[in-house]
Design a protein around this ligand. Sequence first.
Ligand SMILES: [Zn+2]
Length: 298
Amino acid sequence: MSRKNAKCTRCGVIMVAASMVATGCANRGVNKRSFMCPECAKTNERYGARNNKEVGGVENGLRYGIEFESTASTEYFRNMMFRYDYIATHDGSLNSTGERRYTVGRNGWYTESSCEYVSATNKGLKRFAKQFLEIEKCHNEGHVEWDDSCGTHCHISINNMENGEMSMIRAYYNSLFMPLQAVMTANPVKTEEFFGRYFSYSFAREITENTRMREEDHDDRYAWINAVHNSNIEFRLNKFRTADQMLTCIKFETWVVKTILNNFTSKYNSIPRTERKQLAVKTANKLAKKLESIYAEM
Ligand SMILES: [Zn+2]
């Protein structure tokens, strides 16, 4: 047996290749084989673990974080996600006991249930196109599975919203997002097709006049648009169906964030307090109109 060494795609440790978990895919040839150390192949990080890596260029000035929930995935998929700088964490919402469970997947690979893959902070959108295509292929080949409880949450920010943008958004949260939601609820079939799933109380809640995005109100963070974090807006309705659908959805959400930054938060401090509500409503109508025009072409 050869004593060739290999490097772990996740932690970078160099070990004898024969002692590592090698993944390859019959459909993609042996040249695509790569290796995980036994620890990274089997151990998920704790629920809520942060991925501190930053990747990508300045491109559009925005920063993206994706949480990709799955009910089962193969070693091949896991290694592929590591190559794209994701980390693997326990998914608290899917496996309340937090215990590691191993099952055998549809095509015989060794899998760990209910894993949430957390992306690096991606500067710009560029890097997503290729990895989404890989995810789509893997899903078609049975390397990854998800159900209705699994979302593909997307966090978007500009410079971690360090100029107080999130407190401005929270102050006018209902005015900013109720009109957009009205378009979504008026077109449930298109909403499900566009975002990947429809509102549900447990995973991506409809907002009401009473949704306040108070940090002390833990439940508000389950709203389909979550503004509880100080560093980003989280879109929770997203669910991966195809690479094209996911990218289109995130591009729309990029537009939503940019429109709020350009039309609302950037003007917030320079206008009288009494005019802020009106500005929020004007911005909200822009968001709603845009989604209406997208739905009209579907
Ligand atoms: Zn490792």
